[in-house]
Design a binder for this molecule. Structure first.
Ligand code: WTA
Length: 651
């Protein structure tokens, strides 16, 4: 249904399919009624305090639940707890030491099974090792590792002794690593010789060495042996992880931390400017991720095997591989490599092998699996799955339906979870046993969370497209930007007074469901209509020959901006440009018809899989490319630039 002409963002999508949770799912779900949502609406502070008390162990109770001095918040003031105690010790003390924490699988096929007892033992030793290197409470430690259990150990060891970690994704360059180390003034860097990716070793230590040349604050570098590749070790500065562990004392009591003690920094790049060190603290963050992990995933410790495909270098890995799942005593799969090594069915083979029950991945991955074809999942028994999740980008209805049918076999609820590095944990998501889902909608705020859509002037709207804002504090909320409180206020709190503005567009449909429309800098203005790139992309992807699409607005003398689409086709298929343009017109209206469509075998993506529309805009407008350091594969853009010069047609 099209919105009115003066709408803040046009509402063009029309998806009316509805999926209630199956009776089979509801029969064993944790929550099947509105009680949690009601409780959160009545008293959100009380709601979070109840879960902080029930899901976590505190060594000292808090005296004040929440202190809100806009834009600065504190939760559980006066309370003390230790995150690693909550993720490890108490499960072991409760008799679950033999429970598997991680079924780890290396890319080459080597495996490790790590129990809670083993994770605790290694974390204690490594915490002692860090202390022996002079690490103290309040220090910052950088982590630059592949997807190996040591990544979780390193994070938990920092938490155990009150040092804040700053994990940098292993795909980042030496320069990006050095910038982040310097911003945080980190004392120790934890890395590996290398890790496996696409059948080869990607070396990490040489990158770390190059970075450390420019990081005066780094005193020690700890190196995990994983790749087996030859590395140079600088005497006095560099230490093998296994040698440190061999020398370390076995016990390291978990030190009680103030609820507001800094737990970690995680750098996120804005569209402009230097990366921001997002600050997360102890008690509120752990409460948020433990609660959302339990209820959004309907996690039941005695039956579930959880697999989140994110890398620990991203917030999804922090919150839903390390802290949320471990706080809940979950059993997980952790996989080191790419999803198509040695073949396109690796992901499905792992689900079958480990009998994964809950699977959490990103829309970009789902669209890639679609491109590879339904014959890949069909090779494996996926009947263990009972719940599917999505995060990171708007999921277009076509991909949602494919996920639901081809992977979930119509049995598994899908939770489309909207959140950010800044929010710490999930904010908007179905509750799987309660919410009637619609393909492509993240549905409603989770219990204890409040969101509103506002127009340009900041007025609340109840129907149509606008800006997504959050209207009350939540426990996992970022506590600031490291070293830059003014930038924090300016970035998140200045656009709409009194509201946290996330930078995302969203619309509310006639049933009050929220639909994420992408970053507002991804909104196009075509002849005065503000059109979301997400809706045009969804329309393109709903054509049977299209696997993936990215849409940008390029300057246009007549219409202000013109819609330019980059389209990847499903394996072996071809389609005429005009057919696709007409398809978009039919799906969402002539106003949203792309002026030009480029066909491309790949789209430029960040290393976390988000499409880099900024680069595509540069290409479309014939500009030199700006910063491409976060690009996963730079050759994709070069190829697109080459094609852009073969002048395109329009009918
Ligand atoms: C986008 C990832 C639509 C959004 C957890 C947000 C989403 C940004 C969704 C944060 C979703 C994340 N639907 N968009 N379910 N999840 N996003 O910090 O634009 O890497 O602002 O955190 O991803 O990305 P970040």
């Amino acid at each position: 249904m099209a919105g009115s002409d003066d709408a803040t963002i046009q509402d063009l999508g029309h998806e009316s399919r509805k999926f209630p949770p199956s009776a089979e799912f509801v029969a064993t779900t944790l929550v099947a009624d509105s009680s949690l949502h009601d409780e959160g609406r009545r008293d959100y502070e009380g709601f979070w305090a109840r879960h902080a008390g029930e899901l976590l162990s505190w060594s000292k109770p808090w005296h004040t639940i929440c202190e809100w001095k806009l834009p600065f918040v504190k939760w559980f003031i006066g309370g003390e707890l230790n995150v690693s105690y909550n993720c490890l010790d108490r499960h072991v003390l409760a008799g679950h030491g033999h429970k598997v924490a991680f079924y780890w699988e290396g890319e080459p096929g080597d495996t490790r099974v790590v129990t809670y007892q083993e994770l605790l033992d290694e974390t204690q030793k490594f915490a002692n090792a860090l202390r022996s290197l002079g690490v103290q409470k309040g220090d910052r430690i950088n982590i630059y590792l592949p997807m190996i259990p040591e990544a979780a150990v390193a994070m938990l060891a920092c938490a155990r002794i009150g040092a804040a970690h700053s994990v940098v994704f292993g795909g980042f360059s030496a320069q990006a690593l050095a910038d982040r180390i310097n911003d945080a003034s980190a004392k120790v860097l934890i890395t590996a010789d290398g890790g496996w990716r696409r059948g080869e070793i990607f070396p990490l230590k040489p990158q770390a060495d190059a970075a450390v040349e420019y990081t005066p604050t780094i005193e020690h570098v700890v190196v995990v042996r994983r790749g087996g590749n030859e590395v140079a070790m600088q005497a006095g500065r560099d230490h093998w992880y296994h040698e440190l562990l061999a020398q370390a004392a076995p016990t390291c009591p978990a030190e009680p931390m103030d609820a507001e003690q800094l737990l970690f920094l995680l750098y996120t790049s804005g569209t402009t400017g230097k990366p921001k060190g997002i600050m997360h603290t102890t008690g509120g963050y752990l409460t948020h991720v433990a609660t959302t992990f339990k209820y959004a995933f309907d996690h039941q410790p005695d039956r579930d095997v959880f697999w989140c495909t994110a890398d620990v270098g991203w917030v999804t890995g922090h919150s839903y591989i390390v802290y949320g799942p471990l706080a809940n005593g979950a059993t997980q799969v952790m996989y080191e490599g790419v999803p198509n090594y040695p073949a396109n069915d690796r992901v499905w083979s792992l689900i079958d092998k480990y009998k994964v029950t809950i699977f959490y991945t990103a829309p970009t991955a789902i669209r890639t699996y679609m491109k590879w074809g339904a014959q890949e999942p069909a090779k494996h028994d996926l009947s263990s799955l009972r719940l599917l999740g999505s995060v990171g980008e708007p999921i277009n209805p076509e991909a949602w339906i494919w996920y639901q049918e081809t992977i979930g076999h119509g049995r598994c609820p899908i939770i489309d979870t909207w959140w950010q590095t800044e929010t710490g944990g999930m904010m908007i998501s179905p509750l799987p046993g309660v919410t009637i889902t619609k393909p492509g909608s993240a549905t409603h705020p989770l219990p204890g969370i409040a969101a509103e859509v506002v127009d340009e002037a900041g007025n609340t709207i109840t129907r149509g497209g606008g800006y997504l804002t959050l209207t009350q504090p939540w426990p996992g909320m970022l506590r600031g930007i490291w070293g830059d409180p003014e930038r924090y206020r300016e970035t998140y709190w200045s656009r709409f007074p009194g509201r946290y503005f996330a930078g995302d567009g969203a619309k509310l449909d006639e049933d009050g469901y929220l639909w994420l429309l992408g970053r507002v800098d991804d909104v196009m203005n075509v002849s005065g209509h503000r059109i979301s790139t997400t809706e045009v992309e969804s329309a393109l992807v709903s054509h049977p020959s299209v696997a993936e699409a990215a849409v940008v607005g390029a300057n246009d003398a007549t219409t202000g901006q013109a819609i330019i689409a980059y389209v990847t086709l499903r394996g072996g298929l071809s389609v005429d440009e005009k057919v696709l343009r007409d398809h978009v017109a039919k799906e969402i209206g002539a106003i949203a018809k792309p002026k030009t469509i480029y066909f491309t075998p790949d789209l430029p993506k960040t290393r976390s899989g988000k499409i880099m529309r900024r680069l595509l805009r540069d290409v479309a407008e014939g500009r030199n490319l700006g910063d491409t350091t976060t690009l996963a594969d730079a050759s994709v853009v070069t190829e697109l630039q080459r094609r852009a010069t073969d002048s395109p047609s329009e009918d």
